[in-house]
Design a protein around this ligand. Structure first.
Ligand SMILES: [Zn+2]
Length: 100
């Protein structure tokens, strides 16, 4: 994905509201967002994700953690999120929880 720009403007120090998330393009593919996440190395800023990218992110983290049930859990989560195909968004993005 070339020419992609990360969101500019306010620093997203606070979580998006339910209405606000729907108006925010996905940080990865610019589709309308449904979810948000934050990572420590990104300054714990809240970042918006569409459903497909959220599933891809969850799948990637499960694989990264070497969860033996990653495929089953990913399939169940994809069904829960109602995403038919997330392969196109299966890139390398790390999600790290904010527990300290
Ligand atoms: Zn996306």
């Amino acid at each position: 994905m070339s020419g992609r720009k990360w969101p500019r403007g306010r620093p997203y120090a606070k979580p998006y509201t339910a209405a606000g998330i729907l108006r925010t393009p996905c940080i990865r593919c610019s589709a309308p967002s449904r979810y948000q996440w934050q990572i420590c190395a990104d300054g714990n800023k809240w970042r918006a994700l569409c459903a497909r990218c959220d599933v891809a992110l969850n799948a990637m983290v499960l694989r990264w953690a070497r969860d033996p049930d990653a495929a089953t859990k990913t399939a169940a989560y994809r069904k829960y999120v109602n995403v038919k195909e997330s392969a196109k968004c299966g890139g390398e993005v790390l999600q790290v929880s904010h527990d300290t």
